[in-house]
Design a binder for this molecule. Sequence first.
Ligand code: THU
Length: 140
Amino acid sequence: MDFDRKELIRTAIEQQKKAYAPYSGFYVGAAVMADSGKVYTGVNAENASYPAGICAERAAIFHAVSCGERRFEAIAIVGGMGGVNTACCQPCGICRQVMREFCDPEKMRVLMAKSPEEYREMTLDELLPESFGPEDLPER
Ligand code: THU
């Protein structure tokens, strides 16, 4: 698919500075591109009650959904201790499932980045094969 991968990654890196991660020290930034062409960002936001925290990917996706978006085409993710990205950051299992709700898994591009130049790209279907999604529930 044709879109500016480096720009999406740059947006995630810029956002990462705003991560709230006082407990793990692991700063994550995400930028998700909707089918409208708009990009929405998110960071991980931790909590003194640890399980109450949220990952950057889900923060970005729920932000976009709150703005009326329902379909996504790509997401860029960066993460590292203290905001230093030494490896390509993979999305956790819960975030993969949340992505699954709002995309075509075979088309959704997941950019796991270290920098705009160094990233791995996979489809959501590769990251979450044989998945369960909205079509698996009977019509209401
Ligand atoms: N984290 C994310 O934001 N995204 C991921 O996909 C992996 C983990 C966050 C959650 C927590 O705030 C910190 O990274 C350490 O797990």
